[in-house]
Design a protein around this ligand. Sequence first.
Ligand code: AMP
Length: 282
Amino acid sequence: MSLSIARTINELRLCLSDWRRNGLTMALIPTMGALHDGHLSLVHHGLKSADRVCVTLFVNPIQFDNPDDLKRYPRNEAHDIALLEKAGVDLLFAPDMSQMYSQDEATRILIGGPALELEGVFRPDHFTGVATIVAKLLIQTQPDIAIFGEKDYQQLRVIIRMVTDLCMPVRIDSVPTIREPDGLAMSSRNIHLTPKERLQAPVLNHVLQMVAHQFREGKAPNILSDRATAKLIDTGFRSVDYIEIRDAISLARVGSFKEKRNYRVLGAAFLGKTRLIDNIPV
Ligand code: AMP
């Protein structure tokens, strides 16, 4: 079956109601396009988990805190369509702004808990924007499963919080981060890195691994954060927003390592103009 493309909510509903009438299950994969192997790993998970896969492509302006970042965000719809077609995706929903937000829009989804710290401090409206668009997409498509990447680990926890709190009838699945051979997490924004920055970029992942390792050996979280920050600055990173060890579910701050708890190390840092984020389990 070839890829169908819906540009409007009406076209989307037509396709989805057809699937529903035939009793088919559907997996939803929200993206902002400029697709790479990380996105495709979500697609492969969807193809294994449901009868039909719908990918959405929408660069959501309200989740960008910086107009420059929005302007610079890479867009390549023709390439995305070719990748999705080849992967065997059934439907692409690629709406324009008017389909997703009306002029007199006055509704937002505001999330506390896991949304408040880390990215929440450095990008204050980001998760409100993410939660609002994801809620709209979930309501419009009513999927059986929605799939998100661990690459944006805090986002994943925020979505799970929202779906749980609002009793949304959808299962949230997550897929591990896909990386370049040198450890750099794949990201649409990586194309902004200069050749020199591209060589420095994997250090973010190396530093997170060092933090995870030394935390397991009993070192204190704040000492490890400071060491990791210093190492990134030494390597040529311009600034470090945070390197933190958090509870893997609540994202609350943690004390010393305990065998039975699950932790996550999360980091965000600027390499030149590009902000990189990454995270790993402990
Ligand atoms: P984006 O297009 O960046 O909004 O990402 C769309 C989805 O793909 C999100 O759920 C991301 O977490 C996921 N994703 C992005 N990069 C990766 C990656 N390198 N590995 C796994 N999932 C990813």
